[in-house]
Design a protein around this ligand. Structure first.
Ligand code: ADE
Length: 262
């Protein structure tokens, strides 16, 4: 898989993605993540990426030209030199994840904006396709020229009902959530199916040694060795926590049966 992030603030998006599991996934060739400055595609002397809005209102709007140039170049490379490298054995792949590229997946362009569809675990699972190409376009200023959204963007995504100063942090969040779901990224001990949300519930409590800390003991059931009873306890705990913290998740779960046509 390849992820290209287009932003005016490359360091914000780049730093968290070089570390930990995502950094290791890149080193192991499971994914290539590249962060680009949109300004590189601005052609005028001042490398302008924004302008005043037509019709007059506050703030500045991101311009079409550099964004179209950037996305079109990335798409062209995905269909051309990057995919060709994947097919050759004689020259070492310049791109660590080249072997896993697959041009049958067309590039998919996501615009990060508080006005987009809410991002959740289901969306992360849908986007985590080995061999695919995501282009994450980060907004800034008051917004982006609508023609970018109408003619270049496949999906608008929000990471939550709050407004960030720009989309670079949102792009890093999405990249992290997607990449950790790619096969081979998590070790067996951290398997994704046990995640909070994968089961539709929030994960319950976890404990490790010592058995007693400052008088607080690990629940006896976890020391019992009775795997069936432990699994039942874990599910009850997860249900209890979900009821307290995120009752909306339980409502969502029961919706399909209650709204099924009769
Ligand atoms: N850009 C600014 N705020 C955002 C949000 N909540 N989600 C995605 N992109 C954003």
């Amino acid at each position: 898989m390849r992820i290209d992030i287009l932003t005016l603030f490359p360091t914000i998006a780049g730093i968290p993605l070089g570390e930990s599991m995502i950094g290791k996934a890149q080193q192991r060739g499971l994914v290539t993540i590249q962060v680009h400055n949109i300004r590189e595609w601005a052609r005028d002397k001042h490398r302008t990426t924004d302008d005043a809005p037509y019709g007059g209102s506050q703030g500045m709007v991101m311009k079409c030209e550099p964004i179209f140039a950037a996305v079109e170049e990335l798409k062209q490379k995905w269909n051309g030199e990057w995919s060709r490298k994947a097919g050759t054995n004689d020259e070492p792949a310049a791109d660590a994840a080249a072997e896993s590229f697959d041009v049958r997946h067309p590039s998919f362009v996501i615009y990060l904006t508080p006005g987009g569809k809410p991002f959740d675990q289901k969306a992360a699972t849908r986007l985590a396709q080995p061999g695919s190409h995501l282009i994450l376009l980060c907004g800034h200023y008051e917004g982006i020229d609508q023609r970018v959204i109408d003619h270049l963007v496949d999906e608008e995504i929000s990471i939550g009902d709050y407004v960030l100063t720009n989309g670079a942090i949102a792009a890093a969040v999405i990249t992290d959530a997607v990449v950790r779901l790619l096969p081979g990224v998590l070790g067996d001990e951290n398997s994704a199916p046990d995640d909070s949300f994968a089961s539709g519930l929030i994960e319950g409590p976890q404990y490790t040694r010592p058995v007693e800390f400052r008088g607080w003991r690990v629940p006896d059931i976890l020391l019992s060795g009775n795997h069936g009873a432990i699994a039942k306890w874990r599910r009850e705990q997860a249900l209890d926590k979900t009821r307290r913290v995120r009752p909306d998740l339980l409502e969502e779960k029961s919706e399909p049966s209650s709204s099924r046509p009769v």
